[in-house]
Design a protein around this ligand. Structure first.
Ligand code: 13P
Length: 250
């Protein structure tokens, strides 16, 4: 049995007080999903400290949305993995398509960020996914395969054993256009095969989350697929009811 995980990526949304209210509302409804489903919330940096306090001991883990590629020093505006870990943050989203697209993150950057995360005992949620034109030209497997080989293949077996992967087709993010459950399953199975080529049977245990317009009305069909182990949720993670509703969809 693989872990079942629903993670909320709040992106650059909510003011600190609103984020705290959202975290509290999620904690209040957390029981509804049952204990077998793991919940992770990933608020903006400015809210992390308060959200960690509000969720401690409540069965809701906290992740950051990014971390620096360097350890420390003269990197104005950056937040290190060590700073996050010191707050009690346990996870960090890395390689999100918005970071790749708007902030020029490459495989090289991401190799360094993953190394920083592991060095500070943060678990990376590593995102992969193709753009619309890449899918339309039939290159989606090649693109996702390269995103895995250029980064995940550099991990040690021990590091790999805790990794979470998220497949987020860029054309499905924030568009209301979800991948069909068949498209998701096909790609998730490909991701698992690609991971198994390097890491063998350990890939059977890797949680692979789907992200992209996932909501309570489509989560059940997606999560019913054998290689879809949960979701990385954007818009629908900003309301406790819909986030918990997705958590109840296994
Ligand atoms: P949406 O759920 O808003 O499409 O966003 C998905 C996502 O990017 C999560 O990281």
């Amino acid at each position: 049995m693989r872990r079942k995980i629903v993670a909320g990526n709040w992106k650059m949304n909510t003011l600190p007080a609103e984020g705290l209210e959202l975290a509290r509302a999620i904690v209040a409804k957390r029981r509804e999903t049952g204990p077998s489903v793991e919940l992770i919330v990933c608020p903006p940096f400015t809210h992390l400290s308060e959200v960690v306090k509000a969720t401690r001991g409540e069965g809701v883990a906290v992740g950051a949305q990014n971390c620096a590629a360097e350890e420390k020093g003269a990197y104005t505006g950056e937040v290190s993995a060590a700073m996050l870990a010191a707050l009690g943050v346990e996870y960090v989203i890395l390689g999100h398509s918005e970071r790749r697209e708007y902030y020029g993150e490459t495989s090289d950057t991401l190799n360094r960020k993953l190394a920083m995360a592991y060095a500070n005992r943060l678990v990376p949620i590593y995102c992969v996914g193709e753009k619309l034109e890449e899918r339309e030209s039939g290159r989606h497997f090649d693109v996702v395969g390269a995103q895995l080989r250029e980064v995940v293949y550099n991990l040690s077996p021990e590091q790999f054993s805790s990794l979470i992967v998220a497949y987020e087709p860029v054309w499905a993010i924030g568009t209301g256009k979800t991948a069909t459950s068949e498209q998701a399953q096909e790609m998730h199975a490909y991701i698992r095969r690609t991971l198994a080529e390097k890491f063998g049977a350990a890939a059977e245990h890797t949680p692979i989350l789907y992200g992209g317009s996932c909501k309570p009305s489509n989560a059940q069909e997606l999560f019913a697929k054998p290689d879809v182990d949960g979701g990385l949720i954007g818009g629908a993670a900003l309301e406790a009811d819909s986030f918990i509703g997705i958590g109840k969809s296994f």
